[in-house]
Design a protein around this ligand. Structure first.
Ligand SMILES: [Zn+2]
Length: 165
């Protein structure tokens, strides 16, 4: 093809549909999200609680994660990022905060949006709680939760066992 043909660029949308088997490890976690519950997994050896659960094996001691543990729903912000840069497909008004949240009873953090406060009010140690979408929108995804918001409780110290050796 040459520019003489009049076509120098062709836009061709593509997509791939696929099915994914969650497996026994993620099934209880994903089913929980469909029912308004936050289900992680506890390691029988080191007792760390993973939320979201990892790939079925504790990365610290290689034991198989078998025990379901309900965590949260409240949690503590362990770190965060203020997003000020607009990008294609953005759904949330900037500036907004994406935070790592350690849910109560869990030993690793998960990422979610912080809303219902100003971005410059967010801080490490801030206590937050989930705001679930309407029940009709719940699915096997953390997107069943619209965002997290401050609880108004005093800030908490992070006491995760994950950093211990
Ligand atoms: Zn372990």
């Amino acid at each position: 093809m040459s520019e003489a043909d009049g076509i120098v660029r062709l836009r061709q949308p593509i997509g791939v549909e696929y099915s994914w088997s969650a497996g026994p490890n993620a099934t209880s976690h994903l089913s929980g999200l469909m029912n308004g519950k936050l289900i992680g997994k506890r390691c029988p050896s080191c007792t760390l609680v993973y939320f979201p659960p990892r790939n079925g094996v504790c990365p610290k001691c290689a034991a198989i994660l078998a025990e379901d543990v309900e965590v949260g729903p409240k949690g503590t912000i362990s770190t965060f990022c203020v997003v000020n840069v607009p990008f294609l497909g953005q759904k949330v008004k900037i500036p907004y905060v994406a935070a790592q949240i350690v849910l109560d009873g869990a030993d690793i953090s998960m990422q979610h949006l912080i809303q219902e406060c100003e971005a410059d009010e967010v801080r490490i140690g801030m206590r937050v709680e989930p705001v679930w979408k309407d029940r009709s929108e719940w699915g096997p995804t953390l997107e069943s939760i619209a965002h997290f918001r401050p609880t108004g409780e005093p800030d908490a110290a992070l006491g995760s066992k994950a950093g211990e050796s």
